[in-house]
Design a protein around this ligand. Structure first.
Ligand SMILES: [Zn+2]
Ligand SMILES: [Zn+2]
Length: 425
């Protein structure tokens, strides 16, 4: 045997047993998105690197140290998609969606690739569900987008989530604020960690993300953007808040909520889950009115969110015990002798062609062994076929829950199993 090869660090396999709950979450999400008028978008898993360096921002952690960037054989710099908003904006522009009636509402379920440190509990390939609404400046659509995510969490039964909101201002009011924050940070430089010196220089608002205690203490006294919003941004934020209340969505104002992308303007939000630990975001997003222009499109406002599927699943596992699991087959076929195996094989083919999920033995197991597999499979019935059944053109149908057996003409097997299944529902 050669040296064993394992999955790359920070990645994982999704095994058959893990698929049911995942498929259910994605199904609920796609139904919620449909109800709010979103259409599904899929884009390539890799894009030109400059889409992210320009769109997400050179100064962000994502672009500086988390991207999977490679040169293709044609010498072009490509990057595995680290987030969904920039590719969605790219597709919006490329397909002339700005000429359609606005807003254009898109949703996705995509793998994302980031070089995360594995200790953080985050994956280097993870899946995100997200939506993007392009073309409307209305604060009502911010409130609606937050409402979509709240509806998703509610409908999958994700309890104990807390919504935090903030405003990042706009290109009118933010630069003045950033300058005063930078001045404040320079004044307190000796009390800050080295990483925050760096942040103070390239993106001062990111210092609010620092987990170091000393930095947090200093930042308690820092000027707040909420105090320097221009009248238009203040009004926008106020209308968003009112329309959250209207949807019965409780929220907390959090001036430290800056999120990791440069493109956010005005509304930012994050849902945090108590079961994932303090300050642990399960999903969030915000408004990005300058993004489409930054990547070469016409000036177009936008707002959206992304929510990590693994984070949702982890929070669900920790808070619910009644999650969907894999469906058992409808029937397990048992051959009583070697000659009946072909007959069982033919019956399996018939029933599967008619739409039933059917299992049978392929390991030469004894009758006892096959019965054991039948009960392990979770199938409500075993259909048993031997010499006698072959002679009678029949099947012995055994109800696994009661052990009760019944002779059934072979042509009625399908009907009996389907009827019994409907009775149990
Ligand atoms: Zn403003
Ligand atoms: Zn710091």
């Amino acid at each position: 045997m050669g040296e064993r090869i394992t999955a790359p660090k920070g990645t994982y396999d999704i095994l058959p047993a893990d698929q049911a709950v995942r498929r259910w979450v994605i199904g609920v999400a796609s139904e919620v998105f449909r109800r709010y008028g979103y259409g599904r978008l899929d884009t390539p898993m890799f894009e030109e690197t400059r889409l992210f360096s320009r769109g997400v921002g050179e100064s962000t952690d994502i672009v500086r140290k988390e991207m999977y960037t490679f040169e293709d054989l044609g010498g072009r710099s490509m990057t595995l998609r680290p987030e969904g908003t920039a590719p969605a904006a790219r597709a919006y522009v490329e397909h002339g969606m700005h000429t359609r009636p606005q807003p254009v509402k898109l949703w996705y379920h995509w793998p994302m690739f980031r070089y995360e440190s594995p200790q953080s509990g985050r994956y280097r390939q993870h899946y995100q569900l997200g939506i993007e609404a392009f073309g409307s400046e209305s604060p009502l659509i911010d409130a609606e987008v937050i409402g979509v995510l709240a509806a998703l969490y509610r409908e999958i039964g994700l309890a104990q989530v807390e919504l935090r909101i903030n405003s990042m201002g706009c290109r009118e009011c933010r630069p003045g604020y950033v300058a005063s924050l930078r001045a404040f940070l320079e004044e307190h430089a000796v009390e800050l960690c080295p990483e925050c010196w760096e942040r103070a220089r390239i993106n001062p608002m990111r210092t609010f993300d620092c987990k170091v205690r000393g930095c947090r203490l200093v930042l308690e006294g820092a000027p707040r953007l909420t105090g320097s919003l221009c009248p238009a941004c203040a009004e926008h934020h106020d209308v968003v808040r009112r329309h959250l209340v209207m949807q019965d969505i409780p929220f907390v104002e959090d001036h430290r909520l800056v999120r990791g992308m440069d493109y956010y303007t005005r509304t930012t939000f994050e849902f945090q889950s108590a079961v994932l630990g303090a300050q642990s975001g399960v999903g969030g997003g915000g408004r990005y009115d300058d993004l489409v222009e930054t990547i070469g499109g016409p000036p177009t406002p936008g707002v959206g969110f992304g929510t990590g599927v693994e984070r949702i699943l982890l929070a669900l596992e920790r808070s619910r015990s009644d999650l969907p699991s894999a469906q058992p087959p409808s029937v397990y076929l048992v051959a009583l002798d070697e000659t009946s195996r072909s007959e069982v094989f033919a019956l399996a083919h018939e029933l599967r062609t008619a739409g039933l999920a059917v299992e049978l033995d392929h390991m030469g197991r004894s009758v006892k062994g096959q019965m054991k597999q039948a009960s392990r499979s979770g199938a409500p019935f075993a259909a048993i076929l031997g010499e006698q059944e072959r002679a009678d053109a029949g099947v012995t149908l055994k109800r696994m829950s009661t052990g009760e057996e019944q002779q059934v003409p072979r042509i009625e097997v399908l009907e009996r199993i389907v009827e019994a299944g409907e009775d149990e529902r």
